[in-house]
Structure formats: C-alpha cells, structure tokens
Design a protein around this ligand. Structure first.
Ligand SMILES: [Fe+2]
Length: 395
C-alpha cells in the first residue's frame, strides 16, 4: 500500500510528459526537410520530389520563360501542378512527388514548391494548418533539337556523402544538363535517412534543384530490408528502373543490372530474381533499338552499373549474353558503367564489344560534351585532375 502514492506520482508524471511531447510536436514548425530535386527530365515534363516533416497536401507553381516578369506575383497566374492517383490527389504524406506535364521542349521554367499541412484527416472533415512555400528555382526541359550539351556521370560513392560533396565541388555541374548516378551510390537500403544523408541532400545542395539526376540502380541499391521501397525516391513514370529518353542528338538507354552473384547465392536468401529480370530487359531493349527515337538519334549511349564484356561475375556475364548482342547490332556508341571501383576504358574489340565501355572508378566524374562532330569524354578525379580523355567521332 505504501507504494500507491509513488505509483500515482509516476502515472501523473507520465501523463504530463505525454501531453508536453504531444504539444511540442504540434507546435513544431512545418518545414521542407529534403529537396526539392528533379528527376525524369523530358522534352515535355519534369518530376519534382521533396519531403516535409508533417503530412501535407502539396503542389508546384511554375511558369515558362515568357511569363517570368510576373512570376510569382499573382497577376501572372502561374500554372499549378498537383499529383493524383486513381482519382485521389496525393496528400496526407511527408513525401511529395509531382510531375509537371505538357511543357515546351528546350524551355526555361521557374518553379516553387508549396506544402500545406493536414492537421486532421477525418472521413468528413479535413483541417489544414500552415503552408510552407520554398524559394523559386529554375529548370530547363530537354530538347532533341539542341546541338551542343554536356552531361555528367558519377558512380560507386557508397553513401560517402563527404566524398560526393568534394567531387561535386570540383565538377563543372553548372555546365551540365543532367547528372547520371551509375549505381552503388548507397550501400544498402534501410531507413530513408540513409538515402537522404548518403545521396539526396548533397545532390540538392550542389545541383539537383535546378538540374535533374538519373539513378541507374546498382547492385547495392537492390540490397537491404527496404530495397523494395526505393523507387518512389527516384520515380519514373514508366514504373521501371529501365527506360530510354532523348536529349539533343543522343538516345540514352538506362538499364538495371541486378546483382552480381547468381540468384541462388545464399546471401540473397532466395529473395531475388535477376536472371528473369535481365531477360525481361533484353526483350524491352530489342524493341527500344527498333524505335524511331533510337534509330533517328545520332548517338546512342547506354548506362548501367555492372560493365558488360568483362567476363567477370554471374551478373556481368548474364547481362553480356542477354544485352550485348543487341547493343552491338544496334551500333551503340558507348556504355557507361561502374561497379569495379577501378577506372578503365575497354576499347571496341573484335567479336566482343563493338563500342567502348567506360568503367568509371569511384571518386571520379565523367563530363561528356556532345556536339554534332563528336562525343568528348573527360574523366577527372576528386581533386579535379584529369584521369583520362576519349573522343568518339560521330559515325
Ligand atoms: Fe556494384
């Protein structure tokens, strides 16, 4: 009995703590916690992704270069893009992913993101709270008529954000239209904080608000308990990690290599099916190289994490057998890959690869300059010093 007052005091203290915690959470200011960043660039669209600390309804306000004088003053009437799925506007989430469509090719757009807190979401009553409005940023849509442009590629940074930061500091990202991350930018997929800390935040700091990046999934991004939840962070309207798109005179093909070891290897615990997945992509690739967009392109560049034609590892051998003949027959100009952590350029070889395979090493960046005459590749290390160069003449 003598313990009863003590128990009562403990109960009251617990209740007070609960109430105080609740009220401090409620008073926490609505904030944009990560992003915005741009993915899936196209001639007629762009996807913008960001995150907030509280569930929100979100949208993007934007306008084309003809109306910059009045944006965002409301006399200019910006366009507004929201995202909806099966008739419901995407809302009540801390992740916000909105694709702007019906844009003009090769056009500069200003945009800003807006998130409005949902305080309470009941079946017949929704109560909104504060809104947060970010700064205005710009992006440019892709343009197949563009004759000169540059793009970048980085690989295998394995969540080393400080190294990625250093690399981006010495890299001329401002002069590039997009950056490819050719896989293993993360070690494995667990909490979303790993994705932010290891890759997204540093990309946003340097360029991703105004230039898109394209993640070519590496084998490490297929690992971990949350690997199946990664896609929304790098969304693509195809619903796939493999797809193709055009910019300037280039057709870019992004493929998804899968794991390096056999599907039956014990480390995968019976949870992967990459042989079939690479076969699925082989069928897609055959259709892609017969498309008008592919045939009309002057340069064809494929990007995937595990390099082909090395004879190393089950994944590399399997994708070489399944994708290699198509890439050869389609007269691809270049494959950009990583995975080995060691730089190498495999020149075209008779009866093997009919195109150079660039194997980027870790802590280096490719800058590729595209012109009507040639592809000019320049690879620099984390100190900004030249590693190698390669000219690929127009065929
Ligand atoms: Fe890898």
């Amino acid at each position: 009995m003598k313990y009863r007052p003590l128990l009562r005091a403990f109960f009251i203290a617990s209740c007070l703590l609960f109430v105080l915690q609740g009220s401090s959470l409620a008073k926490e200011k609505l904030e944009i916690t990560h992003g915005p960043y741009l993915v899936e660039p196209a001639e007629d669209g762009m996807t913008i992704v960001w995150f907030t600390n509280k569930p929100c309804l979100s949208w993007v306000e934007y306008c084309g270069e003809g109306n910059f004088g009045t944006f965002p003053q409301w006399g200019g009437y910006p366009e507004i893009a929201k995202s909806s799925t099966n008739g419901l506007i995407d809302a009540n989430s801390t992740m916000h992913s909105i694709r702007i469509t019906n844009l003009e090719a090769g056009t500069l757009y200003k945009y800003r993101i807006v998130s409005k807190e949902i305080l309470q979401y009941d079946p017949y009553e929704v109560i909104y709270g504060d809104s947060t409005v970010d700064e205005i940023y710009e992006f440019e849509t892709l343009n197949t008529q563009k004759t000169h442009f540059s793009f970048g590629a980085i690989t295998d940074m394995h969540e080393r954000a400080a190294a990625l930061d250093a690399l981006l500091q010495v890299s001329p990202v401002d002069s590039m239209d997009m950056v490819f991350y050719t896989g293993d930018m993360l070690n494995w997929i667990g909490s979303e904080e790993r994705i932010f800390d290891g890759l997204i935040d540093v990309s946003v700091d340097h360029f991703a608000k105004t230039k898109p990046f394209i993640l070519t999934r590496g084998n490490h991004e297929t690992r971990g308990p949350n690997a199946r939840d990664l896609f929304p962070y790098f969304p693509h309207s195809s619903g796939k990690y493999y797809y193709a798109f055009s910019h300037g005179e280039v057709r870019f093909i992004v493929l998804d290599c899968g794991e390096d070891k056999p599907d039956t290897h014990p480390v995968y615990a019976g949870l992967v099916d990459f042989d079939n997945y690479r076969s699925e992509q082989a069928e897609w690739l055959k259709k892609e190289v017969n498309s008008e967009e592919f045939k009309n392109a002057k340069y064809k560049i494929a990007l995937f994490h595990i390099p082909p034609f090395t004879g190393r590892g089950h994944g590399g051998i399997d994708l070489t057998e399944k994708w290699g003949p198509t890439l050869n027959e389609a007269d691809v100009d270049l494959v950009v890959s990583g995975h080995h952590h060691r730089f190498n350029i495999m020149e075209a070889r008779e009866d093997l690869n009919t195109f150079p395979v660039l194997i980027l090493g870790k802590d280096m960046m490719l800058k590729a300059d595209v012109s009507p005459e040639q592809l000019s590749l320049s690879i620099k290390d984390i100190k900004g010093e030249l590693v190698d160069e390669l000219i690929i003449p127009r065929k």
